[in-house]
Design a binder for this molecule. Sequence first.
Ligand code: ZN
Ligand code: ZN
Length: 224
Amino acid sequence: MKVLMLSNPYDNILNQIEIAKKLNFDGIEIVLEREIKKMFSEGKLEILKNEGFIYTFHLDNSYNIFNRKDFKELKNICKKIDSVAVLHLNCKKELFESFIKKVKKLRCQNIVIENLDHSIEELEYFLEISDLNLAFDISHAFSFNSKSKVFEFIEKNENRIKHFHLSDCKFFEHSHLPLGNGILPLKDIAKLLKKASKTVTLEIIETEIPEIDYSVSLNILRSL
Ligand SMILES: [Zn+2]
Ligand SMILES: [Zn+2]
């Protein structure tokens, strides 16, 4: 299991990379905003490449794949991405088919789709009608589904899940809390993640003390 830190889009990216390294993360998931978008358009991504350090990208909420202008920008960015790129499944079941068509048109091998407030049944259906793979957000899944359903889904779809997101959460709430501050059965999750042996990004957004919360959460995850 390799653990990544989610970048804070409001801070300088090189600074964020230094923090991730200092805290002993294996890599960073870069939220595509502001200066990163600029770096993409100016072709300055080389400075991000650092040997042995993993980079994934989070294509973020600010893109709506159904919007023409966003789609065009997204397509340009996708051409330049050579590692895992997470895109939100920003629609309900009725629109899955059109969503999948749009993603296909991006022609990006690296895209993985992140579940939001979807039920396990909806996600099963999504996998059934597409060959796209998932970035499975454990806390999103837990906020809206039972533990047994979530665990069953992960084990059953091991080969379709390429990346994980993890933060603690409360029931029926889209929260991104430090580990240990919510309802997640962390011991069982850590066991499952270690067995799956994929990359997992910690997404601690609701915090006033990000460095401390990231460090504590990382230690909890590794020690379980
Ligand atoms: Zn996300
Ligand atoms: Zn997520």
